[in-house]
Design a protein around this ligand. Structure first.
Ligand SMILES: [Cu+2]
Length: 662
C-alpha cells in the first residue's frame, strides 16, 4: 500500500516536471503581426458582446466587453462591495443573510445566462457561492443582484449554477458530500461511506418574474460533484453531472480519490424525477435556509428563513439516475449544440471520451449494465461511448462548442487549447495559453446556437505575462479569434479575482432588453422615502433618529441637523430625487465605520450611523454629480447624552446678521 502511494506520488512529480518543461515558449511574442487590431474597438464604439466573468474568491461577477476586454462593471453578488455600498447599506444587508447569519464574503465560480429554447434570452445571469452554498440571480435590466437562495444539505456548491434549456431549473450539486442537515452530523469522519450523502438541488425559475424556489433535491451517493450540463434538443429532459471521489475517501484525496481508473458522469432524467414528485413520492425534510429577495420598488432586500425541502432518494427509483463510467476524475462534462454528444474530461486522463445520447438510451433500454453503484445502475462504458479523442493533451478540463462541428477543450497541465472535430474525433488545431488555462468561453458555447467568432481562455497562472505586482500577479484572460480554421490569439486582459467559468451574449440582446435608466420617483415604495424636499424631515423615535434626506444637484435637504445626542442611532434615509440617467449621488459622514452610500436616481438608501463622540460632523456627496459637487455638503451636531439641545433641521436658512452691541 505504502509503495503504491509512493509510486503514485512519484508519478505525479514526473508529470509536474514534464509540465513545467512544456510551458509555451516565446510568451512575449505570442501576438503576431496585426492580430491585435482585431480586438480594437475605437473610442465611442460599442463592443459586440457582453462577457460575464466569475470573480472567484472575490465573490463578485464582472462584466467585460468583447472583443476589447474592457471592464465595464463589477456586480456585487456574494461579497460586500464598497464601490456600490453593497452589504453596507441597511437595504442590502439582508441580501447577504444566510442560516449562518451575515456572510459578507464568498467564492463565486460559475455563471449561467438564462435561456429560452436553448438560446440565451438576455434576462438574467446566475452565479454560485461555493463556500456557504447559495445561488444568485442577477437582473440584466439593472445589472443588480435580485435574489439569493441558500442551498440546504450542501457543502461547497461547486457543481452550479447550470440551467436547463428554458431555465426551467438551475441546478446546484454539492462538492462535499456531508451528512444531511436533518441527520445527527456528530459522527466520526471516517464513517464517510455510511453517513455522508450527496445532494443535487433543482431550483425552479419563474419565467416572468425570475423568482427562484428549491423545487426538489435528489439524494445521491456520497461522491463529489464537479461540473454539469443540461441535455439539449434531443436530450432535453436530462442533466449530466461529473463526479469524482467515487472511492468515497475522506483524507488525502489527491491520492485516495485517484485510485479507480474510472469515476462517473451521472446522467439524470429530471423529467422522470418530476413524475415521481407529481405522484407524491418526494419526502419532506426539515432544513433551514435563507431566501433573499430584492424589491426594485421598495429598494430593499428581505431575507426569509425557510424550513422545508422535498427530497427524492435516487437509490429508491431505478430510472432517475444512471452512472456513465468516465476515466480519472472528470471535471468538464459538456454537451454539444445538437444534444447528442457528451464530452467527459478526466483531469488525470490521457484521452477524451465522447459519449452518445442515442447509445445511452439504447443501453438503458437493453439494460446494458455493469452492476450498480450504491443502488444506481452503472452503464457499460463501451455501450455508451461514441469514441475517444486520442492523445489530445494533458489535463483536459472543459469543452465549449462553435456550432460548426468543432469542440475546443482546455488543457490545464499542457497549457493549451485543442480544437477537434466532433464527428471524426481528430485534433485539427492547438494553441498555447499563458498559462494553465481553466475554463473556456465561446459566446453561446453551451447553447444550441453558439457564435463562432471568439473564444476566451481564463488562465490560472500568469508568470512572465504582466508587470509584477508583489507576490501575486494579475489574473488573466486571453481572447482568441476562432472565425478561421486556425485559432489566433488577439488579446490579453487582466480580470478581477480568479476567473473560473464565464459566458457571453450578444450586446444587442442585453442592451435592448428594456435596460433600466432611472427608478421612477413616483414608484418608490421605500417606507422612509422623501419624494420631494418638502417631505424631508428628522424624526426621533426613542434613541433612534430617522433622517428623511433628499439629494439633488447640488445639495442635501436638510443640510443642518442639531439635537442628536450621544447614545443615539442615526439612520440617514437618503432619496436621490434626480430623474436623469447616470446621475447617482453619494453620502458619507465623518467617522462612519460601516458605510458610505451610493444612491441611484429615484432610489432611497439608508446608512446607519452611531456617533462615538460629541462634536460637529460634516457629511458630503461622494459621487461627482455636477460642477458644484464639492459644495454638496452639510453638518450634523452631536451633543452629550441628556443634553437639552432641541431637535432642529433645515436647509437654506441664511445666517442672521449679528447686531452690534450698543
Ligand atoms: Cu452629488
Amino acid at each position: 500500500m505504502r509503495t503504491n502511494l509512493l509510486n503514485f506520488l512519484a508519478g505525479i512529480l514526473t508529470v509536474l516536471v514534464l509540465l513545467s518543461s512544456c510551458r509555451p515558449k516565446n510568451a512575449a511574442t505570442a501576438i503576431s503581426g496585426d492580430a491585435a487590431v482585431k480586438s480594437f474597438v475605437a473610442p465611442g464604439q460599442y463592443d459586440e458582446y457582453y462577457n460575464f466573468v466569475s470573480g472567484g474568491f472575490s465573490g463578485q461577477m464582472s462584466v467585460y466587453g468583447l472583443p476589447s476586454g474592457r471592464l465595464f462593471r463589477v456586480i456585487p453578488v456574494f461579497s460586500v462591495d464598497p464601490e456600490k455600498g453593497w452589504g453596507y447599506s441597511e437595504e442590502t444587508k439582508p441580501m447577504l443573510n444566510t442560516s449562518h447569519g451575515f456572510v459578507p464574503w464568498d467564492d463565486l465560480h460559475h455563471v449561467e445566462l438564462s435561456q429560452t429554447n436553448g438560446e440565451i434570452n438576455g434576462k438574467w445571469v446566475f452565479g454560485n457561492a461555493n463556500n456557504t452554498p447559495r445561488i444568485a440571480r442577477i437582473d440584466l435590466k439593472t445589472f443588480k443582484t435580485a435574489e439569493i437562495i441558500e442551498i440546504p444539505n450542501s457543502a461547497g456548491n461547486h457543481s452550479s449554477p447550470f440551467g436547463t434549456e428554458n431555465s426551467e431549473y438551475i441546478v446546484a450539486g454539492t462538492r462535499f458530500s456531508v451528512p444531511p442537515d436533518d441527520a445527527d452530523g456528530d459522527v466520526p469522519i471516517d464513517s464517510y461511506k455510511k453517513n455522508f450523502k450527496g445532494h443535487i438541488s433543482f431550483i425552479s425559475v419563474n419565467q416572468e418574474t425570475g423568482k427562484m424556489d428549491i423545487a426538489f433535491q435528489l439524494k445521491t451517493p456520497g461522491v463529489n460533484f464537479d461540473l454539469a450540463r443540461c441535455g439539449r434538443a434531443k436530450s432535453h429532459g436530462w442533466f449530466f453531472f461529473s463526479t469524482y471521489n467515487t472511492e468515497q475517501a475522506n483524507t488525502l484525496l489527491e491520492v485516495n480519490a485517484s485510485q479507480k481508473d474510472k469515476d462517473y458522469i451521472m446522467a439524470v432524467n429530471w423529467k422522470k424525477a418530476e413524475e415521481y414528485l407529481k405522484a407524491g413520492k418526494g419526502k419532506k425534510q426539515k432544513v433551514k435556509y435563507a431566501h433573499n429577495v430584492w424589491d426594485d420598488h421598495a429598494h430593499t432586500g428581505t431575507s426569509t428563513i425557510k424550513t422545508e425541502v422535498t427530497v427524492l432518494d435516487v437509490s429508491e427509483f431505478k430510472d432517475i439516475c444512471y452512472m456513465i463510467p468516465c476515466p480519472k476524475s472528470p471535471h468538464g462534462c459538456d454537451v454539444d449544440p445538437t444534444g447528442e454528444y457528451i464530452v467527459g474530461s478526466g483531469k488525470l486522463a490521457a484521452l477524451l471520451p465522447v459519449f452518445s445520447f442515442d447509445k445511452l438510451q439504447a443501453a438503458i433500454a437493453n439494460k446494458a449494465y455493469d452492476g450498480e453503484y450504491e443502488g444506481i445502475p452503472v452503464l457499460k462504458y463501451e455501450e455508451v461511448l461514441y469514441g475517444e479523442v486520442k492523445k489530445p493533451g494533458l489535463g483536459p478540463l472543459h469543452t465549449e462548442f462553435d456550432g460548426k462541428g468543432f469542440a475546443y477543450t482546455s488543457f490545464f497541465v499542457s497549457s493549451e487549447i485543442v480544437k477537434w472535430n466532433i464527428k471524426d474525433l481528430t485534433v485539427v488545431d492547438r494553441v498555447p495559453t499563458f498559462y494553465s488555462v481553466g475554463h473556456l468561453c465561446i459566446p453561446g458555447g453551451n447553447t444550441r446556437k453558439p457564435s463562432p467568432k471568439y473564444l476566451v481562455a481564463y488562465n490560472k497562472i500568469t508568470k512572465d505575462r504582466y508587470l509584477p505586482t508583489g507576490p501575486e500577479l494579475a489574473h488573466s484572460a486571453q481572447l482568441f479569434d476562432i472565425s478561421g480554421d486556425k485559432m489566433q490569439m488577439i488579446l490579453d486582459f487582466p480580470t478581477i479575482g480568479e476567473p473560473h467559468y464565464a459566458q457571453a451574449a450578444l450586446a444587442d440582446l442585453i442592451k435592448n432588453n428594456g435596460q433600466l435608466k432611472i427608478y421612477k420617483i413616483e414608484d418608490n415604495k421605500h417606507p422612509r422615502v422623501a419624494k420631494g424636499e418638502s417631505e424631508s424631515k428628522v424624526v426621533r423615535e426613542g434613541n433612534k433618529v430617522h433622517v428623511y434626506m433628499t439629494a439633488i444637484r447640488s445639495h442635501f435637504a436638510p443640510d443642518n441637523i442639531e439635537g442628536v445626542r450621544m447614545g443615539d442611532e442615526v439612520y440617514f434615509h437618503v432619496t436621490n430625487l434626480e430623474q436623469d440617467w447616470d446621475v447617482p449621488h453619494g453620502f458619507a459622514i465623518k467617522g462612519a465605520n460601516n458605510a458610505e452610500l451610493l444612491i441611484m436616481p429615484g432610489e432611497t438608501t439608508t446608512l446607519k450611523w452611531v456617533p462615538d463622540r460629541v462634536g460637529i460632523f460634516p457629511f458630503y456627496c461622494t459621487d461627482f454629480c455636477s460642477a458644484l459637487h464639492q459644495e454638496m455638503q452639510g453638518y450634523i451636531r452631536v451633543s452629550p447624552a441628556g443634553s437639552k439641545t432641541p431637535l432642529t433641521f433645515h436647509v437654506g436658512k441664511l445666517p442672521s446678521v449679528e447686531k452690534p452691541v450698543q
